[in-house]
Design a protein around this ligand. Structure first.
Ligand SMILES: O=C(O)C(=O)C[C@]1(C(=O)O)C=C[C@@H](O)C=C1
Length: 365
């Protein structure tokens, strides 16, 4: 045996022993989570038990990132723990997560990034269907896109909050990479049509104008649907992400064709209950103001005076009348915080209506 083979043998023995220890520790952790479930159930007999605790998960993942000794990156280590917690939660209660489908969309990728792979993910055809599925209790939580760094807000999601009783329980951001995809079945056939979702076309507009100018662009309901069509129809391509490419066995003709290298979409987790403070939270509200001079100033001034940082303000037409507006506002802090309580009490006095959409941990992964 060469020196190299001897050394490799020693290192692999060491890895086997470490794996054994990791397995025993993960099993001990899973048994602990089972015990946690038992405590939750006996403490709340006959009531809805909330097995999924977003604030606790955020605290665990933050601590892992902060205390990670390396050489793996904090993000990588947190992703591993994300999956361990997901498996532990599934032992307590398998979670059903509704998302804007079909399977293979970026929303599904966001759902799995946030909840890990041990959930049952349920594709639904539209944003309002995701809301309904969670409202009815058929799914525990839902995942919907809310904004893209290149294209702006997803208005349909914002407008759903005007009438829905659901709360925002979390957020997750996903870097969006689009690829130009073709089926290997169709050989080198010339591409005469490209399918994609309207948002993806918008995010790749410059690239398409430069590299595929004049080729017909056909908008379909999702990237996954675009990939499905490209897999079936010779002479067509799709713009979609990795999940859809893998699902339909497509090949990349061009990689990461989004115009902006930081192209990111933010998704919201919607659920039926309020989330306690995790220590690093954000809140969202909807406010409708009387249509009078200085209304926006009056609305924002208390945030400034109490030192609360706004992360997003968006205006939507009010369903109640022409030229009336509703403001959708995200800010740092939790509704249990003293400062936030004071600001919202002041806003409530001036507003026609103030709707608290929820406080939730700032995305960790
Ligand atoms: O701490 C809890 O409440 C748990 O249920 C345990 C645990 C975990 O595995 O750490 C699992 C699921 C929850 O979403 C949060 C944390």
């Amino acid at each position: 045996m060469s020196d190299e083979q001897v050394r490799l043998g020693e290192l692999r023995d060491e890895i086997d022993q470490i794996d054994q220890k990791i397995m025993e520790l993960i099993s001990a952790r899973a048994a602990c989570a089972q015990e946690v479930a038992h405590v939750k159930m006996t403490a709340n007999p006959g009531q809805d038990v909330f097995f999924y605790r977003p604030e606790r998960e955020a605290q665990v993942l933050r601590r892992i990132k902060e205390q990670n000794p390396g050489p793996l990156s904090g993000e990588e280590m947190a992703r591993l723990f994300r999956e361990i917690m997901s498996a532990c939660l599934a032992l307590e209660k398998p979670m059903h997560i509704a998302f804007l489908g079909p399977i293979g969309t970026f929303t599904q990728a966001a759902a799995l990034k946030h909840f890990g792979h041990s959930v049952v993910s349920v594709p639904l055809p539209a944003i309002d269907a995701v809301f309904r599925e969670v409202e009815s209790g058929a799914a525990h939580y839902g995942v919907v896109p809310v904004e893209n760094s290149t294209e702006g807000m997803i208005n349909h999601t914002l407008d759903m909050f005007m009438s829905s009783p659901l709360k925002i329980c979390g957020e997750v951001q996903l870097r969006i990479h689009h690829h130009l995809l073709v089926s290997p079945k169709h050989g080198d056939q010339e591409i005469t049509r490209i399918y994609s979702h309207q948002q993806s076309f918008a995010q790749c507009r410059q690239w398409l104008d430069t590299h595929r100018y004049g080729i017909e662009r056909v908008t379909v309901s999702s990237n996954a649907e675009a990939a499905r069509r490209a897999a079936e129809e010779p002479g067509t391509a799709a713009i979609a992400g990795d999940m859809a490419a893998e699902l339909y066995g497509l090949q990349k003709l061009a990689n990461s064709i989004e115009d902006r290298p930081d192209n990111t979409t933010r998704f919201l987790i919607i659920g039926r209950e309020e989330v306690p403070a995790s220590g690093h939270d954000k809140s969202s509200i909807l406010v409708s103001m009387r249509n009078k001079p200085g209304a926006l100033y009056q609305l924002l001034e208390p945030f400034h005076r109490h030192g609360l940082s706004l992360t997003r303000i968006e205006t939507r037409p009010s369903p109640s009348g022409t030229w009336a507006y509703v403001f959708y506002i995200d800010f740092e802090g939790h509704m249990e915080d003293e400062q936030v309580r004071k600001v919202l009490a002041e806003v409530d006095e001036e507003a026609v209506e103030l709707k608290r959409l929820g406080s939730y941990p700032i995305g960790v992964l």
